[in-house]
Design a protein around this ligand. Structure first.
Ligand code: 5RP
Length: 260
């Protein structure tokens, strides 16, 4: 039986396939969460079954863990795996400096912990995620249920000090109830419209005691694999990876960030 993929799913499949070329036997790999990361997990599962690819993976959510198990991928906890060679994950937005908004799927906490414990973070996205300035996508912030109203009040005050164009705070709901993360926390979506200084905002948010983590990933990603709906794929490397860019991915379109 053949399945016809939508153009956007073609782009997701193409970036997942490209990301797979960075993964080799013996690696410890962090697996992201979301629909794009799911294409990667399925593709890796195919490689495990057909080539016997010997890798150990650390999932970033219960959903990714379940899919990886179905695919026959060997899993470990982050503590058992130790340090990871790389993490591949999706994103909700990325800017020219490779800063990201993540957490649309509510897995930002584990995603950030796993990516931080990795030598490199590769982000796989379709072209709709590329922005000049972060903030059109509501910024997810994971908060404790304890004292959530007080946390929201404090957050409102902190946002008044920030270079943003919107300040609406919306508790995320699913099926009429507060959304609960894998860690038992909740998510606030911040409708900021434009984030003038993502680094300052990320630091300010994490000063609020009830905030567990925010969805800004600053300076963590070094490679973006960007897929277009026509199936073409571009690998964009942060410029510090210049030597690697020319050697690791010669088959496709590769450019350095900022280079025309
Ligand atoms: C989950 C995430 C996802 O990576 C992000 O939401 C992108 O998802 P998708 O690939 O489905 O667009 O951060 O917490």
């Amino acid at each position: 039986m053949t399945t016809t993929l939508s153009p956007i799913d073609c782009a997701k499949l193409a970036v997942a396939e490209r990301a797979c070329t960075f993964i080799a036997a013996g690696m410890n790999v962090g697996l992201g969460t979301g629909s794009t990361a799911a294409f990667l997990v399925r593709r890796l599962g195919e490689r495990v079954r057909s080539e016997g690819l010997d890798i150990v993976c650390v999932p970033t959510s219960a959903a990714t863990a379940a899919l990886a198990r179905e695919e026959g991928i060997r899993l470990a906890t982050l503590d058992d795996a130790g340090w990871l060679d790389l993490t591949v994950d999706g994103a909700d937005e990325f800017d020219p400096a490779f800063n990201l908004i993540k957490g649309g799927g509510g897995a930002l906490l584990q995603e950030k912990i796993v990516a931080t414990a990795s030598n490199r973070m590769i982000v796989i996205v379709d072209a709709s995620k590329q922005v000049e300035t972060l903030g059109a996508f509501p910024l997810p912030v994971e908060v404790l249920g304890f004292g959530m109203d007080a946390t929201m009040a404090l957050l409102g005050k902190v946002l008044e000090t920030q270079d943003v164009d919107g300040r609406r705070i919306e508790p995320r709901r699913r099926d009429g109830k507060l959304f609960t993360t894998d860690e038992g926390n909740h998510v606030l979506d911040l409708h900021l419209k434009r984030i003038g200084n993502a680094r300052d905002l990320a630091l300010a948010l994490n000063q609020i005691p009830g905030i567990v983590e925010n969805g800004l990933f600053i300076g963590m990603c070094d490679t973006i694999i960007l897929g277009n709906v026509d199936g073409t794929v571009e690998t964009i490397m942060a410029s510090k990876d210049q030597s690697e860019a020319s050697s690791s991915d010669g088959a496709g379109s590769v450019r350095l960030a900022g280079a025309e």
